[in-house]
Design a protein around this ligand. Structure first.
Ligand code: PLP
Length: 382
């Protein structure tokens, strides 16, 4: 391996998180959301690992992601394409029995057409628009589509009727979420009153599992919590206030490490890196780490981000470069070329979490994780 940094994926952390989520879900089935390259963890590797931990159902965003799982993972877990699938991708999904989202009449007709051509049933989840205003059938549109679904029953398996919440992580969205739940219930009743059977009526994501457990139903589509993160700080706070243990039950699955590539000394008054954003107030010792914004280390962390070296925090000094950062190691004795640098994870009794990283750069956990480039090797650890 010649790469300047590596990402570690912890099996025991995932095992811990899956157990926590399953306990919350009770008898509901966990659909592990692995879109966005499994939130940056590496799609096929993560699916394999999660399968070994008892997750047998996965939600991806698009047909290309489902294809990767089918091609590269030996087992054949149930797959649900929650977003984009069209044309050849849709034909492939029908042929493979991969479940997919039907969010409008056009896709419904495509699904029926392909199923007829292949002499099989398309396995669909009908999305209901309940207030997010992104995709899905409004309740009235669903009513209008029901006769078509009824007449094409032999070409359709309605696996799910679902919706997605537009902010279950924050109390400030409470009214909106409650409205979504009510609209979803109307849609569900309408659907069932027409005599159509649906196996799963599902709505909960991570935040809803924690903040609106009444929405868990027969399936919950859980992404961020699998990886050991809370949807946001408020969700963690609400959990910890009710549980009063102060102990985070989730464990981060990901870690990110590099090494010191060079050490340089700067005299007082010297400028560090491009431009003039960092001047040494006194003699400084700088370690250069071969990770930059091209590797997902956000430029917003210039003069702000922290890494760990020899169990101590070192601050980013100057602008984050495309492929390197400079960090101040003046107060850390003995730092040498080749020393381990922790960008995310623990070293000694210190830790850099994605959350703190995110707060410094105003990036959400979700964004920061999914931006980690695919070509950084993911290494499995226990
Ligand atoms: C339709 C849908 N369901 C579930 C999820 C999972 O959300 P989370 O990672 O917050 O659990 C997402 C993610 O954005 C989604 O788009």
């Amino acid at each position: 391996m010649f790469e300047p940094s590596t990402i570690t994926i912890s099996r025991s952390a995932l095992r811990n998180n899956v157990a926590f989520i399953k306990e919350r879900l009770g008898s509901a089935r966990l659909c592990g959301v692995v879109k966005g390259n499994a939130y940056g963890h590496g799609l096929e590797r993560f699916v394999e690992l999660a399968l070994a931990e008892g997750v047998d159902y996965f939600g991806v965003y698009s047909a290309d992601e489902a294809w990767i799982v089918r091609q590269r993972v030996t087992a054949r877990p149930d797959l649900f394409i929650m977003g984009m699938v069209e044309g050849d991708g849709l034909a492939w999904a029908v042929e493979q029995g991969v479940e997919f989202c039907v969010h409008d009449r056009d896709r419904l007709e495509q699904a029926i057409g392909q199923a007829k051509k292949l002499g099989t049933k398309a396995r669909i989840h009908i999305e209901v628009e309940t207030g997010m205003h992104r995709t899905g059938f409004a309740v009235e549109e669903l009513e209008a589509a029901i006769p078509l679904i009824q007449s094409e029953r032999e070409h359709l398996e309605v696996v799910g009727l679902f919706t997605h919440f537009a902010g279950a992580e924050s109390r400030s969205n409470h009214k909106r979420v409650i409205g979504q739940m009510a609209r979803f219930e109307r849609a569900r009743k309408l659907f069932e009153a027409s005599g159509l059977r649906v196996r799963y009526a599902h709505q909960a994501c991570s935040a809803a599992v924690m903040n609106y457990p009444e929405t868990i139903g027969p399936v919950a589509r859980v992404g961020i919590m699998q990886y050991g993160f809370w949807s946001n700080a408020e969700t963690w706070l609400r959990y910890s206030l009710t549980n009063k243990t102060g102990v985070d039950p989730l464990r981060r699955v990901i870690g990110w490490r590099s090494r010191v590539m060079a050490i340089t000394e700067v005299e007082a008054g010297g400028l560090v890196g491009y431009g003039n954003s960092a001047m040494a107030p006194e003699k400084m010792r700088i370690a250069v780490v071969p990770v930059g914004y091209a590797h997902g280390f956000d430029r917003g962390l210039s003069n702000m981000g922290r890494v760990l070296i020899r169990g101590r925090q070192a601050r980013v000094t100057g602008i984050v470069n495309m492929n390197a950062i400079s960090v101040d190691v003046s107060a850390i004795p003995g730092v040498e070329k080749g020393d381990e640098v922790v960008l995310i994870g623990a070293q000694g009794d210190q830790a850099i979490t994605v959350a703190s990283f995110g707060e410094m750069s105003e990036q959400l956990n979700y964004e920061l994780l999914t931006r980690l480039p695919r070509n950084i090797p993911r290494i499995l650890i226990d």
